[in-house]
Design a protein around this ligand. Structure first.
Ligand SMILES: Nc1ccn([C@@H]2O[C@H](COP(=O)(O)OP(=O)(O)OP(=O)(O)O)[C@@H](O)[C@H]2O)c(=O)n1
Ligand SMILES: C[C@](O)(CO)[C@H](O)COP(=O)(O)O
Length: 391
């Protein structure tokens, strides 16, 4: 049995979502508005919950918003909810106190729900830095000329080389950040946690941020029509074959199928999920399954192929992409796919976090011709249609 890790050794993500979103001017708090078909807050919750280095996810919401949050996240579970305060700093502090009451943590990533798209690379860089430093934050350079205004007129140009844009997630040694917040709890003016950490005398290091981490703040950020104009459609296709053998399990679309033979090969040899993974990777020109999960690497032996598809979907999400639909064909003589079709569709829809009406599964035989006709193997094809924001 695997021992549960001591709470004080865990890495937590704390997502603050208790603001009112005044600048966005929407008729609901911006964290519940839809971006790419999902509530803003859902994007970062999904990303943290699926990241292997994150043990626990905490979400801070406004008083009375717990039900709205649960609706925005359904059917996801496995997160904890805390009620926020009047300022971002108070909301973070409430979250930290709840984590302390739950046994504490080793590391904490504090993140704005208003930044829905988090590249895994940024999480990895931040956590990598925490192995030797007490904190790290993502930053981006200022690329425009920066000025100060006076009476709404140009006063002076500021040296942009000394100005950097600070993003979240911001990563900290939990105990040190907790103590810093305890110390500065009466000062409600800090716009981020790095300021509080630095004020407490600690070093704040920096890693490369990412434009994907843009904070959705102003009405134009939520202007769906404009965003739709700026999207481009992409498609990707995938094809895979695995050999059938006695004494093996048969996995298709992440569902175990009762059959006298199973498939042999990479991971759990789920030929359908492998074709789907390649279709998704193809849509963003990101290589193929073997590039990301080499068959020669022993860690993938017997692995659940769900993980590969989730990885491919996360690469699309990191680019602000939406998966519109996937269509798959299983090519085999046996087993019959129809009795399992709805279960597989449901499972794939859940893996991709899209509606089941966007997932199609078909099956065909090859009229007893070729290797599929002789029941030596099963082949699968998949096609995925996605859209990306133009850049
Ligand atoms: N009292 C607050 C204020 C802000 N936040 C969160 O802090 C993040 C960054 O804040 P910001 O983008 O400023 O959000 P709002 O405060 O909601 O926006 P506005 O300032 O336009 O009202 C957001 O995810 C927001 O929900 C929070 O948890 N509690
Ligand atoms: C934490 C933050 O996102 C870092 O850039 C930012 O400070 C939040 O600022 P806001 O004033 O709450 O928009």
């Amino acid at each position: 049995m695997v021992e549960a890790r001591d709470p004080s050794e865990r890495t937590h993500a704390l997502i603050v979502a208790a603001g009112v979103g005044a600048r966005a001017g929407l008729d609901l708090p911006k964290q519940f508005a839809l971006i790419n078909g999902k509530p803003v807050v859902r994007h970062s919750v999904e990303r943290f919950l699926s990241h292997p280095a994150i043990d626990d996810v905490w979400i801070v919401v406004g008083q009375g918003q717990q039900e709205q949050l649960d609706e925005a996240l359904a059917p996801i579970s496995g997160y904890s909810v805390v009620i926020g305060g009047a300022t971002r700093q108070q909301s973070v502090y409430n979250g930290l106190k709840a984590i302390r009451a739950g046994g504490g943590a080793k590391n904490i990533l504090v993140h704005d729900a208003a930044r829905p798209f988090i590249p895994d690379r940024v999480i990895d860089d931040l956590l990598g830095r925490l192995m030797s430093e007490p904190s790290a934050i993502p930053i981006l350079p200022s690329v425009d000329t920066m000025v100060q205004l006076a009476d709404e007129q140009l006063d002076r140009t500021v040296d942009r080389n000394s100005l950097w844009r600070v993003q979240t997630p911001q990563a900290f040694d939990f105990a040190k950040l907790m103590a810093a917040h305890d110390r500065f709890a009466a000062d409600q003016n800090a716009s981020d946690d790095a300021q509080i950490f630095k004020a407490a005398g600690h070093v704040v290091t920096v890693v490369d941020g990412d434009e994907c981490l843009k904070k959705y703040t102003l009405p134009a950020d939520f202007n769906g029509d404009r965003r739709q104009d700026m999207r481009q459609t992409r498609t990707g296709m995938g094809y895979d074959v695995h050999r059938l053998a006695s004494g093996e399990d048969l996995w298709l679309g992440g569902v175990k199928i009762d059959h006298d033979k199973g498939l042999v090969g990479h991971s759990d040899a789920d030929v359908l999920l492998h074709a789907l993974c390649d279709a998704l990777l193809g849509a963003v020109a990101a290589g193929d399954i073997g590039d990301h999960f080499p068959p020669s690497d022993p860690q993938w032996r017997g692995a659940d192929s769900t993980r590969f598809v989730k990885h491919a979907a996360s690469l699309i999400a990191q680019k602000g992409g939406i998966i519109h639909n996937v269509d798959m064909t299983v090519i085999c003589e046996a087993p019959k796919i129809k009795p399992h079709r709805e279960t597989i569709r449901r499972n794939v829809a859940e893996i991709l976090s899209i509606g089941i009406d966007r997932v199609s599964i078909k099956a065909t035989t090859t009229e007893r011709l070729g290797f599929t006709g002789r029941e030596e193997g099963i082949a699968a094809q998949a096609i995925a249609t996605i859209s990306l924001e133009e850049n």
